[in-house]
Design a protein around this ligand. Sequence first.
Ligand code: ADP
Ligand code: MG
Length: 701
Amino acid sequence: MASQILDTPIEFLKGVGPARADVLRKELGIFTFKELLYHLPFRYVDRSKFYTVSELNSDAAVVQLKGRIVRVSEVGVAKAKRLTAIFEDGTGQIELVWFKGAKWIKDSLRANTEYVVYGKISQFKSTWNIVHPEIETVDKFRLSGSSGLRPVYNTTEKLTSRGLHSTGISKLMEVLLPTLKAQIPETLSTELVSKLKFYSREEALMHIHFPPSLEEAEKARNRLKFDELFFIQLMLIKKKLQQTRNVPAARFAKVGELFNQFYDKHLAFDLTEAQKRVIKEIRSDVNTGYHMNRLLQGDVGSGKTIVALLCALLAIDNGYQVAVMAPTEILAKQHFESFSASLEFLPVTVSLLTGSTKTAARREIHASLMDGSLNILIGTHALIEPKVEFKQLGLAIVDEQHRFGVAQRARLWNKAKMPPHILVMTATPIPRTLAMTLYGDLDLSVIDELPPGRKPILTVHRTDSARLKVFKFIKEEIALGRQIYIVYPLIEESQALDYKDLMDGYESISRSFPLPDYKISIVHGKMKSEDKNHEMQRFISGETQILVATTVIEVGVNVPNASVMIIESAERFGLSQLHQLRGRVGRGADQSYCILMTDEKISKEAKIRVETMCRTNDGFELSEVDLELRGPGDLMGTQQSGELNLAIADLVLDKQILITARHLAMELLERDPSLTAPENSAIRLSLADMMQIRKDWSQIS
Ligand code: ADP
Ligand code: MG
């Protein structure tokens, strides 16, 4: 049976034995033949080209020569002791030098034998030399692959001391691969392999370890990348189909009185085409009688709230209750206020539940949820406590939940007997590739259009030398009746320093904008929350014209009259944070500005961030750049990247492979949802293996 040989303990491979097996296990987690097989080289060295000694001309070049050893001598004493060998190829001589392992080398070097040497050359007193060259006989060299491409493997010091440097590992592969011939199971269907012109899984693995050419190595690698992404997609899409086709849920069959009344009489503006499209998508989901699991993406200010509200009315019209969950108390409150204001003239009840809701009010909420008199409950995580029970929950709207990956969502919703429809809304655009993997089990709706009449925010980059001009500009804007944000970084590790920066800045601003003409609010993390609220309120009411703050204002502040956002030390912020901060302005009818202040000298990455901010207001474009700069791990937080745990594919570089994999996975599951067709049996088996590995993904309701 194929898998048996793959599961053979590594010490039984010829050339390994107990001692090496021990370091392989400890250093690389390699316990079996299979795990060694999947220890892939991360690059190749081209050993096809030979030089002659007479051609050598540039210091530090890496070269390969063929020739004979003509003299070996030990020179120097004690620490300066070394072994040198004169190597000659017919066009000239060079010196090979060893400081370590001299005795072993001396014993193994043979006269009148042709050798291949490889290493970095340097010149010493008009003689070229190579220190610690790689050296092997021409016969051995010929044995190890004809293409001249040598794989380079990850290794460690402990492994190297057991002879398992990259070449040593490669030697093990030379033993392993022939043993596994015709034993590595195919994971894809014959149809897919031929359609994509792929190597078989076995060929791919063989070629990765010993590629005939770089192109073929790349092709082999793409095959494995495809496999990795394809099976993740199969799993996610399968889950999605199960949820939407097999999980019965509330059916919102009619567009009723409340929805129509609100739409006709109380909507203050026309919906954008994007908003209409998204509502249509949601509406057709919730009308099927099966569970909806949908992600709604839309940039800051794209108008997600009204979409949420209309969906809520749809649920209530059909006799169901609605839960709206936000990540912070501020945001929950803001939603509560905006829902309450919008629904003022309709017979709909709305309550707010957060950690700070008093016991009496809480009791009242619990009662009204149970008897069905409460239509909409808005709140924080407090909503998913077991005590909170609904009479008839039909729709759960989760705002700003982009930090929740597949496994976390599973934990959230697998309590409910009949799961409510779920609408996840996020204002932080997620690059398409990430959305496909992290949210591949969700349907995706995108509001890709801002309400009309918004003037794009003008973003510029300024350094300290332009500070006076910036201050002059602020004064002009204030004279026009506008308000200004000035934001300082706040990074946990350097709070004291940040605080000093903020206070220094505040002092200098106070000097430049003196009373009584100018009034300034200040808000930072060291303040008591009532003082914070008081200062904030003064700015919101227009009593103060300038708000000096740390990033506490990032979420939840809405002051349409504010037209300028100045971000100090902008080089210290990430792209998505800069974008979120910028989103605080541009909410009124006036032209708004974002000024990114930095040092004269900033890192290359910071420069890209700043330039990108100046170039575009498009959150999706920013998120793509962010992904390229930081990689998926940093972008999503460690938990999510751990969840993805890709071994070979890269979400940035292999975007195209991912898109193809997703597309083909969908197509396959459309045709054969349970993968029971005989031609898909290889896929079915591999998927089962994979589910075993990613157990935590299977809990999703
Ligand atoms: P976000 O998507 O960031 O949650 P909001 O829902 O808060 O955005 O909407 C931002 C602002 O745009 C709100 O003041 C809202 O009333 C307004 N708005 C939403 N949709 C439209 C529209 N179609 N036309 C005009 N204004 C709109
Ligand atoms: Mg919002």
